[in-house]
Design a protein around this ligand. Structure first.
Ligand SMILES: O=C(O)CCC(=O)C(=O)O
Ligand SMILES: [Fe+2]
Length: 203
């Protein structure tokens, strides 16, 4: 497994290779530049609120959902889903062709600067159970993607996700590991992350 860096050697843990697939240069520099500019200006970015320990807090990043037309009626009002744009559909099809997985929706996150983040969590919303396959494309500012074992927080991994990279999370990853993008004290420019998922009922 290339490019998996340990957070800290004391917290060493063998990261199971069957949980991740990684392509550092999935998109060329030019493709990634074009897509990033396009998404920054055309996506319907929204700032949402989420419940955290019984309080509503503003999500520290902007988000948007796009997906299959047949998913609209299943989407709750908290998560309005827009129809695929041509560039998002093309990217989805390219990942599907390269890896043989299937997706019907994508969650986009925009981290505007070093103060934007996503807290430790697991992604278990899939109707396909505990072992969803999620394909994550990163554009713009390189940020560290941190993992920790759900029931053993000292077991940590951190992976820097650069412009144009693709990370696939699969197997028991969401069952046993949490992940996050931490805030940073270092000034940073914007980063877009797209997570393609199979999340809506397929009929
Ligand atoms: O920004 C990322 O790389 C990950 C985002 C994430 O974990 C999520 O949207 O569930
Ligand atoms: Fe996530």
């Amino acid at each position: 497994m290339p490019q998996l860096n340990l957070f800290d050697t004391e917290a060493f843990y063998e990261f199971p290779e069957n949980l991740l697939e990684y392509r550092e240069h999935f998109l060329s520099q030019e493709e990634a530049d074009i897509l990033k500019d396009q998404l920054l200006t055309t996506v319907a970015w929204e700032q949402r609120s989420q419940k955290m320990y019984d309080k509503m807090v503003i999500t520290p990043r902007l988000t948007a959902w796009y997906g299959d037309a047949r998913s609209y009626e299943s989407a709750d009002s908290e998560k309005p889903v827009k129809a695929w744009t041509p560039e998002l559909l093309l990217l989805k099809q390219r990942i599907e062709a390269a890896f043989g997985y299937q997706f019907n929706g994508v969650l986009l996150n925009l981290y505007r600067d070093n103060n934007d983040s996503v807290a430790w969590h697991r992604d278990k919303q899939s109707i396909y159970g505990e072992r969803p396959v999620i394909a994550s494309v990163s554009l713009g500012q390189t940020r560290n993607f941190d993992f920790r074992k759900k029931d053993h927080h000292q077991s940590k991994y951190s992976l820097a996700l650069p412009h144009g990279s693709l990370l696939i999370m699969k197997g028991d990853l969401q069952e046993h590991w949490e992940h996050r993008i931490a805030k940073s004290t270092v000034p940073m420019s914007e980063r877009i992350n797209l997570t393609f998922r199979l999340i809506f009922p397929v009929r």
